[in-house]
Ligand binder design. Structure first.
Ligand SMILES: Nc1nc2c(ncn2[C@@H]2O[C@H](COP(=O)(O)OP(=O)(O)O)[C@@H](O)[C@H]2O)c(=O)[nH]1
Ligand SMILES: [Mg+2]
Length: 582
């Protein structure tokens, strides 16, 4: 199954050839018949001698209908390139060849038509002229077949040449991501909206839920037809008519696309390569009114040249295109750029980035998926697939992460865990990305919602002799004269010792003091004096004043004049003792 587009100047015999090859007249419209002129796309199909099926998209040759020509040649596999022997190479012969090249068409057959109307000498000259013009293009080595449709001369040879060509033309690839650029939309009696197009990228099946973009209209595939025959499933690379339930035909138009929901990242801004035609007599810059032909649509665009002010004729550079409506595009999609004012083809190129994040001044787009990851640093793997068409396994969590960025994030989280010490880092306080990084981090254990360095389970500092010494003499604590300064700082940081005004306490001493004061307050609810506390703890003012300062600061006690009363964190009194002394 292949789709081939015709190409060539008006009246050179494209439609006549399609009729001769298929028995079907591609000029559908009454107006086309009476004027003898193809205005819009025509469709016809045939089975080749090999059994291979071939569909033609017959395009108009007249310059006024170039827009319609462009709508038809988007997803084709090859071209039937037509040049009349009588007239030879003409402006639209040239323009169509350039457009096919810009759209990435790489194979074709040339038909030299109307050979019955010229003599041998003229025909020989016509061939020489043709060879001159296709030199250097993808048609340079293409077979050239002489035909004269009225006498049937050459039609069988042409059929054979097409068969040979398609035998070596790769069929459309199935990436599981169907996209049908709509070239016609109409209401069929009794069945509602029907759209047609060349299916690419993946299959569509009866019953599929789809969306029509732009506009994100949900619809369902009610029925499929290819070449007038009903199909339950249609693979990519087919001309297809799709009967859609759920949308009105007037909501759908040429240039829209039928896709599956959730597989695309519709965009209004794309970074692309742009090759400017060498024949253009001016440079391309942001000036001028441009139209981009993408898929089957024509879209007015703003053009911004990246990394330069303008592109010279013949040059290939980078541009950012601003579209009026979001389109489901992918890197690798081709487009043609025309200048609407002058009505000339400017050039064309390839979509490189459908979701550029860098400002135009810094953007240097390419097809590289690594570049997308590096620029976004963290990308959801599903989003990355929608942006690039490529599936990458997530590096952490659901994210694909730039390697440098990931290393930095690992270091940052590891440092935070280390800083949290033996108590551990509250995992709930981390954001999603940090949590994802934490879970893959070597040497970190997560226990009961807290992350600790693996070495700290069984922390040597917890059994530090100084802590033991402080606990042994809670209210006459020894000075840390023999303790290593780094260790002491770490002990303080981890809350294993508490320092105030040059005096060090064990946390246990503070707790004990709090309980003793609570008991005293049962007997003296109006408050206790420093001397009373001192006596109850059996300590001296030297130790007691810093100790009370800690208790005041932590809300265990509060000052009222010369007295201490209970603060919000005062522990409950010991029931028995409290009552006994009261
Ligand atoms: N003698 C002769 N006339 C042809 C041939 N092919 C097309 N024609 C005539 O040329 C005119 C234009 O043909 P058409 O197929 O409409 O050209 P298109 O604009 O390229 O599609 C018609 O009147 C055809 O009958 C041919 O091979 N020999
Ligand atoms: Mg025609």
């Amino acid at each position: 199954m292949h789709v081939v587009a015709t190409a060539g100047h008006v009246d050179h015999g494209k439609s006549t050839l399609v009729l001769a090859l298929t028995g079907m007249d591609p000029d559908r419209f009454a107006e086309e018949k009476t004027r003898g002129l193809t205005i819009d796309l025509g469709f016809a199909w045939t089975t080749l001698p090999s059994g291979r099926e071939l569909a033609f998209v017959d395009v108009p040759g007249h310059v006024r209908f170039l827009k319609n020509m462009l709508a038809g040649v988007g997803a084709v596999d090859a071209c039937l390139f037509v040049v009349a022997a009588t007239e030879g190479w003409k402006p639209q012969t040239e323009e169509h060849l350039r457009i096919l090249e810009l759209l990435g068409v790489t194979s074709g057959v040339v038909a030299m038509t109307k050979v019955g109307l010229v003599d041998d000498e003229w025909l020989e000259l016509a061939h020489l002229e043709l060879a001159d013009h296709v030199a250097g293009s993808f048609l340079e080595a293409a077979p050239v077949v002489d035909v004269d449709a009225p006498s049937d001369r050459g039609v069988e040879e042409l059929r054979a040449a097409l068969d040979d060509l398609l035998a070596v033309t790769p069929t459309a690839v199935d990436r599981g991501r169907p996209r049908l650029w709509i070239d016609r939309s109409f209401a069929a009696k009794g069945s509602g909206t029907v759209v047609t197009g060349t299916l690419a990228g993946g299959p569509l099946a009866e019953g599929d839920e789809v969306v029509v973009l732009p506009g994100a209209r949900k619809a369902r595939v009610r029925a499929l037809q290819s070449h007038k025959a009903a199909l339950a499933v249609a693979g990519p690379g087919r001309r297809l008519a799709v009967n859609l339930a759920g949308v009105h035909h007037e909501q759908v138009e040429r240039g829209h696309a039928v896709v599956r929901p959730g597989q695309w990242e519709p965009t209004r801004r794309v970074d692309c390569s742009l090759t400017v035609l060498a024949s253009l007599d001016h440079e391309v810059s942001r000036r001028g009114a441009h139209q981009a032909y993408i898929g089957s649509g024509e879209h007015p665009v703003r053009v911004r040249v990246l990394g330069a002010e303008a592109l010279e004729p013949g040059a290939t550079g980078l541009v950012r295109l601003h579209l009026p409506q979001p389109l489901p595009l992918l890197p690798g999609d081709r487009f043609v750029l025309r200048e609407s004012g002058r009505g000339e083809t400017v050039g064309g190129g390839e979509v490189l980035d459908v979701g550029p994040v860098l400002p135009a001044s810094r953007a240097r787009p390419s097809r590289s998926v690594d570049r997308v990851v590096a620029e976004r640093r963290w990308v959801d793997a599903d989003l990355l697939e929608r942006l690039t068409g490529e599936r990458r396994a997530p590096t952490v969590g659901r994210f694909v992460v730039d390697p440098t960025e990931l290393e930095a994030a690992r270091e940052q989280v590891r440092a935070a865990v280390a800083a949290a010490g033996a108590l551990g880092l509250d995992v709930a306080a981390l954001d999603e990305r940090q949590r994802a990084v934490l879970h893959g981090l070597d040497g970190v254990v997560v226990d009961a919602g807290r992350a600790v360095l693996a070495g700290q389970a069984g922390d040597p500092l917890a059994d530090h002799p100084y802590v033991a010494a402080l606990e042994a003499a809670p209210f006459s604590p020894p000075a840390p004269d023999d303790v290593d300064r780094t260790e002491l700082r770490e002990l303080v940081r981890r809350g294993l010792v508490v320092e105030r005004d040059g005096v060090w306490f064990a946390p246990a001493a503070l707790e004990q003091a709090g309980r003793v004061i609570a008991d005293l307050l049962v007997a003296s609810p109006e408050g206790v004096t420093v001397a009373e506390v001192r006596d109850a703890l059996g300590t001296t003012r030297k130790f007691l004043l810093p100790l009370l300062a800690v208790l005041d600061a932590s809300g265990v006690t509060r000052r009222r004049g010369d007295l201490r009363i209970g603060g919000p964190r005062l522990p409950p009194a010991t029931p028995a003792r409290g009552r006994a002394s009261g």
